[in-house]
Design a binder for this molecule. Structure first.
Ligand code: DGJ
Length: 374
């Protein structure tokens, strides 16, 4: 019997799954980036989680003016299937009205990142938290959890990580509280400011944070539910003054892009490689390729996340930068740039406009694991 045309169409629609991602839409680094409602995307210091074929972009919701750098609203989330068109999914984690809450309106909530825990089936968000009215002195990590990727995320707790634990391979002379910040903070927990999360191929998750008065990044393994530090951590590049960590793995090596310390003002990016997650990390230099001025200020941007895309049998990375506008925080821009390779080093070049087809044209590392969209 011939299947009626309407049934064929309906079955076709049901089986087609997600719409095919288009590769001809352009990324325009530094430009206003409208969401599905035509409003500039408001997800600064953000990160991307790919879940069930959809990309989710979580970031700081900024508001107008200088006060917009404080958390007035919370963490915003957007969804996309092609990485260029983003749908506003609303506020994933809202600030609290309760003045006793750590995340009360007017606190600082920065660089939120979300990972999925397959064991608990929870989405876990970590962020850099500063308590209201205390500037940047609290240097805490906040954790919030949701059953649904877009939230609502429920705030759990905040702390300075790794209280009572020494990092692996710590030199004996660093255990003297009179001379060492890590020893000073040993009992109460380590300072944690700029941060990111990373899930390794074996399912273990890590929290990278700027510690020791911002002089040294730490990498800290998370508990099986991803909601606490497991108590095992390492210093990354001691006293190298790095922040804004963005990490990815390629062909068994770990790569890290960071910035120096100059507040909201851009500075020269750095890059590192390690063959083990706990280091040692080898400096690869400034990943920016372009004019000396572009290299000096990283195109006006600061790293926030490095996303790995598996497309057409290939694995490639996109480096996400924030171009901060601290005087009118809501106008902060984004610069996403394809990662290229030069003599084994990850590098980025400025592009006014580029597409996923341009990314596909770059040499690649073959993807070992199944691909996701787009
Ligand atoms: C630089 C950091 O990378 C940002 O996330 C933010 O904390 C600013 N400093 C604040 O000055």
């Amino acid at each position: 019997m011939k299947t009626p045309i309407f049934l064929t169409l309906a079955i076709g629609l049901l089986c087609a799954g997600p719409a095919l991602a288009q590769t001809d839409k352009a990324f325009e680094p530094g430009a206003v980036w409208p969401d599905d409602k035509g409003v500039h995307i408001n997800a600064h210091g953000g990160g991307i989680l790919e879940h069930a074929g959809v990309y989710y972009w979580f970031g700081e919701h900024k508001t107008e003016g200088g006060a917009g750098n404080l958390a007035q609203v919370g963490v915003h989330v957007y969804s996309s299937r092609n990485l260029t068109d983003w749908r506003d999914e609303g506020i994933a984690l809202a600030v609290a009205d309760d003045p006793l809450s750590d995340i009360v309106k007017g606190s600082v909530i920065e660089r939120p990142k979300v990972i999925y825990n397959p064991g608990t089936r929870k989405f876990v968000m970590w962020f850099h938290l500063e308590l209201k009215g205390q500037g940047y002195s609290a240097a805490r990590s906040g954790v919030a959890v949701a059953d649904k990727v877009t939230g609502p995320y429920v705030y759990q707790t905040s702390f300075r990580p790794n209280a009572g634990a020494w990092p692996i391979h710590l030199a004996e002379d660093q255990k003297d509280p009179a001379t060492s910040v890590i020893a000073r903070d040993h009992k109460t927990g380590q300072m944690a400011r700029d941060m990111t999360l990373f899930v390794d191929d074996d399912g273990a998750a890590y929290h990278l944070y700027a510690s020791e008065e911002n002089h040294t990044l730490h990498i800290s393994r998370l508990s099986p539910d991803f909601q606490r530090p497991a108590g095992e951590y390492a210093r990354m590049m001691p006293f190298a003054d790095d922040e804004a960590p963005a990490i990815f793995k390629r062909e068994g090596s770990y790569y890290l892009v960071t910035s120096g310390l100059s507040g909201w003002a851009p500075n020269a990016a750095r890059s590192y490689v390690a063959s083990h997650i706990y280091g040692p990390w080898t400096a690869l230099g400034n990943p920016v390729r372009g004019t000396p001025e572009q290299a000096k200020i990283t195109f006006g941007g600061q790293s926030t996340h490095a996303m790995t895309l598996k497309r057409k049998g290939c694995e490639r990375q996109i480096l996400m930068l924030d171009i901060w506008r601290p005087k009118n925080a809501i106008d902060g821009r984004y610069a996403w740039l394809p990662v290229e390779w030069e003599a084994g080093k990850p590098v980025v070049r400025w592009r006014e406009r580029w597409t996923l087809a341009d990314l596909d044209a770059l040499p690649c590392h073959s993807a070992a694991t199944p691909e996701a969209t787009p």
